[in-house]
Design a protein around this ligand. Structure first.
Ligand code: DX5
Ligand code: ZN
Length: 215
């Protein structure tokens, strides 16, 4: 069974408390929190202040996806805000190994996200040091985009890279996950499904989460 990580990017910002309550009562495993800086990606979302609010609103794992430049400058702030997992982008980190060590030294789980054009082979030399790979299946910046089919090849390749070394790294797929494609994605080797629009635009988000879980 995959872990389900609804993305609060698609939540109702006028009533976040209700959406947090719904997720707490649902079978969702993680809160996926998308931080965007308007520089690394062409959109701005929220920062540590709102992550701290989500932290207070749930006991579920807070999975913070940083789509920002220079994430090392903010790792401590996100630790203080209550992040359990902190994911940085491969493309934003010329000193990726240092960023990973910093996240672990702060006591969080470390994730690395890769954009659709970034080959997964580049992760080989950090794979043993991290807890999560976030494979972007859309170009980061916005919810509600369509799944890029080529991601499935990268997913299978990454699954092999992890399994042949018996590593415990989880693979998370982020972007365009639907009730229609979730089975194929899980069969190709995903451990965690992020879902924004599929959950929050559905008429019954809780049952949609349950359906994704059972897929
Ligand atoms: C995109 C974000 C995603 C996004 C997913 O940049 O990283 O987490 O919220 O949204 P959906 O599931 O609607 O594609
Ligand atoms: Zn995300």
């Amino acid at each position: 069974m995959p872990l389900i990580a609804p993305s609060l990017l698609s939540a109702n910002y006028l009533n976040l408390e209700a959406d947090c309550k719904m997720l707490n009562e649902s079978e969702a495993d993680w809160f996926h929190l998308d931080v965007m800086d308007g520089n690394f990606v062409p959109n701005i979302s929220f920062g540590p202040m709102l992550v701290e609010c989500f932290r207070k609103a749930t006991t579920k794992t807070c999975d913070v996806h940083l789509m920002i430049e220079s994430p090392g400058l903010y790792a401590e702030a996100f630790k203080k805000a209550g992040a359990d997992i902190l994911t940085v982008h491969f493309e934003a980190c010329p000193h990726l190994h240092r960023n990973i060590q910093q996240i672990k030294d702060l006591g969080m789980q470390a994730g690395v996200a890769v954009n659709p054009h970034t080959p997964v082979e580049g992760l080989k030399d950090v794979l043993a040091d991290i807890d999560l790979v976030c494979l972007m299946s859309v170009n980061p910046g916005f919810g509600g985009q369509s799944f890029i089919p080529h991601t499935l090849h990268k997913l299978k390749q990454l699954r092999e890279m992890i399994d042949e070394r018996s590593l415990q790294v989880k693979i998370e797929i982020d972007g365009g996950v639907t009730l229609e494609n979730a089975r194929t994605i899980v069969d190709a080797g995903a451990d965690v499904l992020v879902a924004g629009n599929t959950v929050f635009r559905s008429s019954n988000p809780k049952s949609t989460i349950a359906a994704l879980k059972k897929i």
